[in-house]
Design a protein around this ligand. Structure first.
Ligand code: FMN
Length: 336
């Protein structure tokens, strides 16, 4: 009896300490995010902070230029922001060396935007042209060095080469799909291959929900908010979750995102391997959005939403897609 009470007491003390430690670590996560992410930065006083915002805005432009149904004069806020952040970047590094990837990609987007509207040289487009010229001068970049911010992708010309190098280069976020619904059999083969993903202690927390109901997909995308301009293209969608119930302890608090993030990447490759196109869609995680998702899909609240993936057969046509230029290896890899 005494032994049982001691055991119970130890357990209660251990759990109370754990709850407190978890609170401390979560508070530390919160403080790091407040201190280092761009969320609360008014002065944007580092190159990386500016590059992050710049990339998000120029990607908005390259995505819009690649849309199947082009909307003239789209993305004015993005253009304004590109101008603002390029000006900030120049001021910050008056003489210093810039990461040419982001500067060139932003300038290329401005140029492609102007070129796309070339049929109608309005006052607004002249304005964008002036912004482009100003930054070309500021950064000493010649207009000939700029690339187009979209590329053409012939979906019907797949040569069947599925070695990893070809597969990895072929996988792109595609925003134009064929209308066909994916068969259960193919989907099961896709997931079987994706299940080769590694996970912490083989915990396999990932749960997937597949949807092909147009109304449900529409409602989910309304919450998601990042598929504007190509919602009508999405007839198949998978939502990736991580079941929190298989994790324990303070050190594992971020593991659901890591394990199911790795799974999601494996799933993207598996879909590409099976000749299906994909576009990952960020889940805007807030208590309200998650509640709406739980009631929409009628799923357990122990499942943490990680990412949604629009999937579909490749259309039998040449589609446009953003270049999504990658940084130079020296900007990613460091040696110590
Ligand atoms: C987690 C994640 C969330 C994303 N969310 C969106 C999104 O909401 N809307 C969208 O159009 N693209 C989204 N993307 C696609 C990215 O824009 C794309 O991966 C990036 O530009 C690189 O291009 P690539 O996938 O063609 O190589 C997302 C990608 C990831 C990995």
């Amino acid at each position: 009896m005494f032994g049982k009470i001691v055991h119970l007491l130890k357990n209660v003390i251990f759990k109370s300490v754990s709850v407190f430690s978890l609170l401390v670590e979560c508070f530390r996560d919160y403080r790091r995010y407040v201190a280092y992410s761009a969320t609360f930065k008014t002065f944007m006083n580092s190159e990386r902070l500016i590059e992050g915002r710049l990339t998000a805005h120029y990607h908005g432009i390259e995505k819009g230029l690649a849309m199947k149904h082009f909307r003239p004069y789209f993305g004015k806020k993005h253009i304004e922001a590109i101008d603002y952040y390029l000006t900030k970047l120049k001021k910050l590094k008056k003489k210093g060396k810039f990461s040419s990837t982001h500067v060139n990609a932003s300038l290329s987007c401005l140029k492609s935007y102007v070129d796309k509207h070339d049929y109608e040289r309005s006052e607004y487009i002249e304005n964008v042209s002036t912004i482009l010229k100003k930054h070309l001068d500021n950064f000493g970049v010649s207009i000939e060095k700029l690339h187009s911010s979209t590329t053409s992708y012939d979906c019907s010309r797949f040569d069947g080469d599925n070695d990893f190098r070809s597969l990895a280069h072929r996988r792109k976020s595609v925003r134009v799909f064929d209308d066909k619904v994916i068969s259960k059999n193919i989907l099961e083969n896709v997931v079987k291959l994706a299940l080769t993903s590694p996970s912490v202690c083989n915990r396999q927390s990932t749960k997937l929900v597949y949807l092909n109901n147009e109304k449900l997909i529409g409602q989910l995308l309304d919450i998601q908010g990042g598929a504007n301009g190509f919602k009508d293209q999405i007839k198949n969608l998978v939502v990736v979750f991580s079941d929190l119930e298989v994790f324990e302890g303070i050190q594992e608090r971020n593991q659901p995102y890591i394990d199911s993030g790795i799974f999601a990447m494996n799933l993207l490759y598996s879909l590409e391997y099976h000749s299906l196109s994909t576009c990952p869609l960020m889940w805007p995680s807030t208590a309200k959005n998650n509640e709406r998702l739980y009631s929409l899909l009628d799923i357990r609240k122990t499942w943490e939403p990680i990412v949604a993936i629009a999937i579909g057969y490749k259309p039998n046509e040449v589609v446009k897609m953003p270049i999504s230029k990658r940084v130079d290896i020296s900007e990613c890899l460091e040696f110590r």
